[in-house]
Design a binder for this molecule. Structure first.
Ligand code: AMP
Length: 438
């Protein structure tokens, strides 16, 4: 299948060619024709599948085909959960619309609003925005949404996680009732379905095919290690593996700062990126990372959301996220656009429950290894004995089944896999298939 056969005009094909894309990704193949038919689309696709072009290209096609109103009202609006994602989507819009007579801009909080207001005053066809700044500028009368023809909620699951539902509900009534709605989300939770049901009209469902997607090439691995030895282990892995570009996820801003400083002390260039850092510092860190000046980016989940780092070879979960879905988002940072990548999780005994949650979500058992010299001394707790989770009156599992469970947690190759688990060997390289957890 070619981009041409999807019904895109020469100007867009020219821009696509300039980007070096030879054929549409599965999500693009499915979403582009539907968007061009002016259908509402509910798409399950995570970062790394080419989803951005999946909505930006057809919207640009629609905007360029229709007659341009004189004063250039906002006709396409993309809402994103974070500033970084907004900036990246806008970069894509700029690149794809290079040969079209359309104007676009991006607005987000944390920076001076005046340059954004100036851009808006000049007239903008395509606006990418985070919800807070959009509402803010709307309330100041700096922008109008009453001529929006297409609305996109990008990474909608993340928007809900980050508490943007109220903002979304305030924005929807500002738009014309007759419009096209597109919703992209990595997961389809009950909340997402409810949100979609509240504003979409008979949406077409689209899913990035698990097979053939870029993210399929991610190799996932767990290293069991005691909490206190994680930093020396990650330093060893980076140095001995000569990893040049590593994204490390931490749970806390404090932890991210500390690890980044520790890496620097060991001669590994690094920057921490989290919500306490100014927008300028975050942009600078990301640019340095992309250019190869910074070897390791240590990030919290929210800060890292939506980062577009092509060909990222290594993602490390220094700590597992509390929410299993975040694991899926995190490892989506690697193996992008046809490149393979490795996602490594350093897992302490206290995180055993979190591993279970992730494995349940992705319906796969994660291969587990122990690095020589970093053998864990702390014991993984059997499920019912995790502090705070004991249910009084419930029986502890039978010893034999507890031993089996522990064997499985430790990735013991002698132990049998879970019933119904496709990957029963308990070790070796595995591929992540994003669609399978649904
Ligand atoms: P996204 O999922 O939109 O964040 O895109 C992930 C990465 O894939 C970005 O670096 C895009 O530039 C790239 N990409 C998007 N579409 C294609 C395509 N058809 N062929 C190759 N790379 C692509």
């Amino acid at each position: 299948m070619s981009f041409k056969s999807l019904g895109l005009s020469t100007s867009l094909l020219h821009a696509i060619n300039k980007k070096g894309y030879t054929e549409p990704s599965p999500i693009q193949e499915k979403a582009i024709p539907l968007v061009l038919e002016r259908k509402d689309v509910l798409a399950s696709a995570q970062t790394g599948t080419g989803k951005t072009a999946g909505f930006v290209l057809p919207i640009l096609e629609i905007l360029s085909q229709s007659k341009q109103p004189k004063r250039r009202p906002i006709r396409a609006l993309v809402l994103t959960p974070t500033r970084e994602l907004a900036a990246q989507v806008f970069e894509n819009v700029k690149e794809y619309s290079e040969f079209l007579p359309l104007s676009s801009t991006v607005i987000f909080g944390g920076v001076n609003q005046n340059p954004q207001i100036r851009e808006l005053r000049n007239g903008v066809d395509f606006l990418v925005a985070t919800p807070g700044r959009l509402l803010d500028l709307h309330s100041q009368g700096k922008l109008f949404l009453n001529q929006v023809e297409v609305l996109v909620l990008d990474e909608a699951d993340r928007m809900l996680d980050m508490g943007f539902l109220r903002d979304i509900k305030k924005i929807l009534p500002l738009l014309p009732p007759r419009r096209q709605n597109l919703l992209f989300s990595a997961t389809f939770s009950k909340e997402i379905k409810m949100l979609a049901g509240s504003f979409m009209f008979d949406p077409e469902l689209v899913e990035a095919t698990p097979e053939n997607t870029a993210v399929e090439k991610i190799v996932q691995k767990i290293y069991r290690v005691d909490k206190g030895k994680k930093a020396p282990l990650v330093i060893k892995l980076i140095k001995e593996g000569d990893w040049r570009q590593v994204l490390i996820f931490m749970r806390t801003k404090y932890g991210a700062n500390r690890l980044s400083q520790r890496l620097e002390k060991k001669g590994i260039t690094s920057a921490a990126i989290h919500s306490n850092k100014s927008q300028g510092a975050r942009t600078k860190a990301l640019a340095g990372f992309k250019e190869g000046k910074i070897r390791v980016l240590v990030a919290t989940d929210i800060a890292a959301r939506g980062l577009d780092i092509p060909l990222l070879p290594h993602v490390v979960n220094f700590e597992l996220p509390n929410v299993p879905e975040d694991y899926v988002h995190r490892i989506g940072r690697t193996g992008r656009a046809g490149a393979s990548g490795e996602a490594i999780s350093l897992v302490g005994a206290e995180e055993t429950d979190l591993v279970r949650g992730i494995e349940k979500l992705i319906q796969e058992k994660l291969p587990t290894e122990v690095v020589e010299g970093f053998e864990p001394e702390e014991q993984a707790q059997p499920p019912r004995e995790v502090p705070g989770r004991n249910k009084p009156g419930k029986k502890k599992p039978h010893n034999a089944s507890r031993a089996k469970a522990n064997n499985r947690q430790q990735g013991n190759p002698e132990a049998k896999g879970r019933p119904g688990n496709k990957n029963k060997s308990g070790g070796g390289k595995r591929r992540f298939r994003p669609g399978r957890h649904r």
